[in-house]
Design a protein around this ligand. Structure first.
Ligand code: HEM
Length: 451
């Protein structure tokens, strides 16, 4: 990557030439990750691009990213791509903004406090144990599918005290369809197609949303019938009252938050774990060290929240895996008013893109950036600029589930890795595809070996 200084560069930055009406959108669509890489390599830390009718700025320097997400966060709102999700997530936390967002965020925060999350740890470890107990030595499975099913069951149980196992297939298929649909449209010309056009994809996604709605509304109705406080997020949402007028959330508002947490809360962690298994299989020395540390810390018993301090190496493995394959591979914002970043003027409605995928592999911050080396996290964090590593974003819109996700990933990794070694079935090509999350396509086929 070019090493031009980030801040203070008042000279007009250069970027790739755009063509016709679409500007750089075609190159962006064809290979989004490659486009981000090329722009950084050829033009430096701040790169102007044109995405159809909109002007955009790619920024790669941690200080400039911090400026957008923290210092100037009030000058920006959600990007048009994120707002596409409104059709699915309504006014849920991920897409809402302003006072409404702030009220909801404050309301939901208690469900994610460290102590509360610690109570979820038991459920996480138990689900991982149960899943691994059904696995057999020598079996071949798609590890991404397995991780999705596992994290989905965990988010349903921890946040909504719901068991989705009866309808797991239906919920699974429906969430797969909606994630695929919206993933394909993020940053793509497809989003220009009106959604009322009854294309097969539009019909399919409408049905899938309806199916998910049925499950979520039933969960809400059940809970309204027996409204005792179960200490989970659903109880918090249903009991919360507005401080000014005492009003409660409507079913629709509760539905939007439930849908948001259900979808934001499982595919991301599943993707992080899938890439972790993939990397471990390619680095037997890391896998062996992980197995040793688990044997020492757990001695074969299931992991618990109290073991987390002793599972430091497992956490370093997850941290390093999210560096190379950040599930949220980039963060986008749209300016609401004229502002500036790293000394460069930004007009209202301009888009700012912060490609986590590239920043996490920048040789200025990470030695041998393409190498999977969990050991670098033993003390690396102390020397890094704050936004050289930001898998959970930052500033006021930082991921609300970051502690939840990290704990979940470490407990699942520990529970499974102490029983099994996972090796890659030879002859497959797995590529990171930037949908809503950075999915391994077409999945990862792995063979189980009992340790
Ligand atoms: C490894 C797993 C995860 C990763 C990498 C991840 C990543 C992110 C990132 C980067 C953002 C900020 C997006 C932006 O600024 O535009 C975000 C926001 C969010 N995440 Fe996560 N996330 C993960 C797990 C979770 C979990 C487990 C939950 C819930 C249980 C969750 C719920 C949310 C919500 C609701 C937001 C929106 C917060 C707001 O705008 O106030 N995430 N996540």
């Amino acid at each position: 990557m070019a090493s031009s200084p980030a801040a203070g560069g008042a000279a007009s930055p250069r970027g790739p030439r755009g063509r016709g009406l679409f500007g750089n959108l075609r190159d962006f669509n064809r290979d989004q990750l490659g486009f981000y890489d090329r722009c950084a390599r050829e033009y430096g830390d701040v790169v102007p691009v044109r995405l159809g009718p909109r002007r955009g700025l790619l920024i790669y320097h941690p200080d400039a990213i911090e400026e957008v997400l923290v210092a100037r966060n009030r000058d920006f709102t959600r990007s048009p791509g994120t707002l596409l999700l409104r059709r699915l997530l309504g006014d849920g936390l991920f897409v809402s903004d302003g006072d409404f967002w702030l009220r909801q965020r404050r309301l939901m925060q208690p469900a994610f406090h460290r102590q509360r999350v610690a109570a979820y740890g038991e459920i996480m470890a138990a689900h991982a144990e149960r899943r691994a107990a059904g696995w057999h030595d020598g079996a071949v499975l798609d590890v991404h599918e397995e991780m999705i099913a596992l994290t989905r069951a965990i988010v349903a149980k921890t946040l909504f005290d719901a068991d989705v196992s009866d309808e797991a297939r239906a919920v699974g298929d429906a969430s797969q369809i909606v994630m695929q649909y919206f993933g394909e449209r993020l940053g793509s010309l497809l989003q220009l197609l009106p959604r009322w056009v009854p294309t097969p994809a539009n019909v399919r996604v409408r049905r899938a949303i309806r199916r998910l709605d049925t499950v979520v509304y039933r969960m809400i109705a059940d809970r309204r019938r027996s409204p005792e406080d179960r200490g989970d997020l659903l109880s918090i949402l249903l009991q919360a009252q507005d401080a000014d007028d005492g009003s409660r959330m409507t079913d629709r508002q509760v539905r939007d938050e439930v849908m948001t947490l259900f979808l934001a809360g499982h595919e991301t962690t599943a993707v992080a774990l899938s890439w972790t298994w993939y990397l471990l299989a390619q680095h037997p020395e890391v896998d062996a060290r992980l197995a040793d540390t688990l044997r020492l810390a757990l001695g074969g018993r299931p992991p618990a929240v109290t073991d987390l301090p002793a599972l430091r190496y497992a956490e370093m493995v997850v941290t390093e895996s999210m560096r190379l394959y950040p599930p949220a591979y980039g963060i986008a914002r749209q300016a609401t008013r004229p502002t500036e970043v790293a000394g460069h003027p930004i007009a209202a409605h301009d888009i700012v893109l912060m490609p986590t995928w590239v920043v996490h592999r920048d040789a200025r911050w990470f030695d041998e950036p393409e190498t999977f080396r969990p050991e670098r996290w033993a003390d690396a964090a102390r020397h890094l600029p704050r936004f050289a590593y930001f898998p959970f974003g930052g500033g006021p819109r930082q991921c609300i589930g970051n502690t939840f996700a990290t704990m979940e990933a470490v407990l699942i990794l520990a529970a499974i890795a102490q029983r099994f070694r996972l090796t890659l079935v030879p002859g497959q090509r797995v590529v990171p595809v930037p949908y809503i999350t950075l999915r391994p396509e077409p999945g990862i086929r792995m063979r189980l070996e009992r340790r």
